[in-house]
Design a protein around this ligand. Structure first.
Ligand SMILES: O=C(O)CCC(=O)C(=O)O
Length: 357
């Protein structure tokens, strides 16, 4: 039986070899799903570390070219900490109109359930915003988009959506509340918080400086990449490494900083650095304009700062991108390739609690 199982897995790896090989040059990160990325032999010979270092080198090169997109003090803050935090980001009138638009609108919504937390995306494509100019202007805010580009180290079009995080106090653990790095290369996420986020409102937290790949960090990553079979956490095995507070100290990083912020604060972070959504002892609702940008870490160019040869920057795609992303994931699920995390829940308010118990 055991022999039959290992023969099947050997044959599968042989058949998958061309795909696994091509994925070495992409953002593929799962040690578990790619026999080359997960190979103990190759990782002992530094396959993972070579990818991390090369991605880091390419990111610094691209970021230098993107430097004119952001003010000096923000570039310096990013370089030092791995994130930037800007209070009173939108002017007051725009911010009040944005809150009003969001309160008054029934959005087309999808939910993702992770443990006791629901993450909701409310569609803010052009068709949804014909009478909602304040949301449209926030979605198109060039200062925010340029910061996301700089932090991600990529030109291109960030995905921007209206996101609500509805977290129950009790229930299964939200995997986002363990400190983790999203992947092995620079990638950006941004949150323009629309309500105050207090200490016990499930704030975002970030380990300052953990976007820097120090000698200790590289050694830690190597040790994980060479012992994948014995790593318990499935997200770590899939390339999104979890780290404990004790390990942070051993790696020479500080403990995480909680982003306890006022409404209208923008945070943009390189989520290769360690971060999490803090757990809370009460039910919490966080609502935000959320943006993200992740592209192939080995791209050698940032051509045409805004377009950057990015599919998502094509006008026909850009104006409908919220729905295109969800329906692409649904198609992939329909073909049996990968289940979609998103469940359509129809139109309604972005802050509605549907299952409060
Ligand atoms: O929403 C948050 O505060 C953080 C979520 C997170 O950890 C992630 O998106 O990787």
């Amino acid at each position: 039986m055991q022999l039959a199982k290992s023969s099947v897995s050997f044959l599968a790896n042989v058949l998958m070899f061309p795909l696994h090989f091509v994925q070495l040059f992409s953002g593929a990160k799962s040690f578990e799903k790619n026999a080359l990325l997960g190979s103990r032999f190759l990782n002992r010979h530094n396959l993972h570390i070579i990818r991390v270092k090369l991605a880091m080198h390419m990111a610094s090169m691209r970021r230098r070219r993107l430097r004119p997109l952001v003010p000096d003090h923000l570039a310096e803050a990013y370089d030092q900490d791995g994130f930037v935090c800007i209070e009173n980001f939108l002017d007051d009138e725009h911010f009040q109109n944005l809150l009003h638009d969001i309160d008054q609108t029934d959005f087309d919504r999808v939910d993702m359930y992770q443990g006791a937390t629901t993450t909701r995306r409310s569609m803010i494509d052009d068709v949804d915003l014909e009478t909602r100019p304040a949301v449209h202007a926030a979605r198109e805010n060039e200062s925010m988009l340029n910061l996301v580009r700089y932090v991600a180290s990529h030109a291109g079009q960030p995905l921007v959506t209206l996101q609500t995080v509805l977290a129950k106090a009790s229930g299964d653990q939200d995997p986002q509340s363990d400190l983790h790095s999203d992947t092995f290369h620079a990638t950006a996420k941004a949150w323009l918080f629309l309500n105050d986020v207090e200490e016990d409102d499930g704030p975002f937290c970030y380990v300052r400086g953990s976007h820097k790949m120090t000698k200790e960090r590289l050694a830690w990553e190597k040790s994980i990449s060479t012992s994948i079979d014995s790593v318990e956490n499935k997200y770590s095995r899939r390339g999104s490494m979890r780290v404990s507070p004790n390990e942070l100290a051993e790696l020479g990083y500080p403990q995480p900083t909680k982003m306890v912020v006022k409404a209208n604060t923008l945070v943009v972070a390189n989520t290769q650095g360690f971060h999490a959504r803090c757990a809370s002892s009460k039910n919490t609702t966080r609502i935000e304009i959320y943006a993200s940008l992740r592209r192939n870490p080995f791209l050698p160019f940032v051509a045409a700062p805004v377009g950057g040869f990015h599919l998502a920057a094509i006008p026909m795609i850009k104006t409908r991108v919220n729905r295109l992303v969800i329906s692409a994931q649904a198609k992939v699920a329909h073909w049996g390739i990968k289940p979609s995390p998103w469940n359509s829940i129809g139109y309604g308010k972005s802050k509605e609690w549907r299952h409060p118990d």
